[in-house]
Design a protein around this ligand. Structure first.
Ligand code: CAA
Length: 291
């Protein structure tokens, strides 16, 4: 908050862009105080959310999701943040929805409260979101990763949809998103048997963009590098790129290509299209306006 106010003050008095310095210095973790997550901005333009409920292997209880959604909304509204990374610990990205919270639910209580519906908030976030997955990403944890735009997995990552073992089915989009990623036969096998799959398999099957050799630190390096790269581009272009790729999951090919073309046309109305193409012709580095 303090840093944001300072940014406005200083920016109004000088023409020197201070965004990158402030992005690094911004003390997000001293902003809203959360119980189950940590927030920080470790790299310029990058917002980091760390799931932090170690005693329950980051099981996704409702209060955790309320905090996660709040942090996502704040980063999404922040002009200085161009990419978000969600991670857990070396041992667990998230071991699923909180089974102890779910155990007493009835059909009526789940249906009337539209249980789990707030989880979809992540899919409304327009800023690109990267999941950096070490350890368990089971059930809702796997589904949370699948809702992100890019998944990086460490070699110790364990993905799976084990809900069948609890007498239920995936409830946060796993049956749809996992099937889109791996195809029907493999998704059926995974969901009907509840068997886990590794980070290496996740990368081979297209669930993860890459499996990163080494530990959690190496994984975070790769995630931050990509996040920083994305955050270094025009926000107008990165948001549009995310939007059109997501449309490919929902529209027919003809509709999707048309949607892409219209948005492509629209970008010729942005300042950053002029900035980017002029900089190319002048062999200069573009200074994006994000407008
Ligand atoms: N919900 C609530 N608590 C959980 C949890 C979960 N999903 N996963 C782990 N925990 C808790 C354990 O109960 C335990 O707490 P206590 O110390 O108080 O007993 C603590 O975390 C540590 O867990 P374990 O002792 O079990 O650790 P482990 O290393 O022996 O095993 C594990 C790790 C294999 C991940 C095991 O904890 C496990 O199987 N967890 C459940 C995984 C699962 O079934 N996830 C799917 C949930 S359903 C779902 O997500 C629905 C949906 O689609 C939205």
């Amino acid at each position: 908050m303090f840093a944001r106010r300072c940014a406005r003050l200083v920016n109004s008095r000088t023409s020197v862009p201070l965004t990158s310095f402030l992005a690094r210095a911004r003390p997000y973790s001293s902003g809203p105080s959360y119980e189950h997550i940590l927030t920080s901005s470790p790299k310029p333009g990058v917002g980091l959310i760390t799931l932090n409920r170690p005693k329950a292997l980051n099981a996704l209880c409702s209060p955790l999701f309320t905090e996660l959604n709040d942090a996502l909304s704040k980063y999404d509204a922040d002009k200085d943040i161009g990419a978000i990374v969600i991670t857990g610990s070396e041992k667990a990205f998230a071991a699923g929805a909180d089974i102890k919270e779910m155990a007493p639910l009835t059909f009526a209580s789940a249906y009337n409260s539209n249980f789990i519906a707030p989880w979809s908030h992540l899919t409304n976030i327009r800023t690109p979101v990267i999941a950096a997955v070490s350890g368990y990403a089971l059930g809702g944890g796997c589904e949370l990763a699948l809702m992100c735009d890019i998944i990086y997995a460490s070699t110790n990552a364990t993905f799976g949809q084990p809900e069948i073992k609890l007498g239920v089915i995936p409830g946060a989009g796993g049956s749809q998103r996992l099937t889109n990623a791996v195809g029907k036969s493999k998704a059926m096998e995974l969901i009907l048997t509840g068997k886990n799959f590794s980070g290496k398999e996740a990368a081979e099957w297209g669930v993860a963009a890459e499996v990163v050799e080494g530990g959690h630190a190496e994984l975070m390096d790769v995630a931050f590098k990509t996040a920083e790269k994305i955050a270094g581009y025009s926000r107008v272009a990165t948001v549009a790129a995310k939007e059109v790729v997501n449309k490919s999951q929902e529209l027919s090919l003809r509709e999707g290509v048309e949607y892409e073309r219209r948005l492509f046309h629209g970008l010729f109305g942005s300042q950053d299209q002029k900035i980017g193409m002029t900089a190319f012709a002048e062999k200069k580095k573009p200074e994006w306006s994000h407008e």
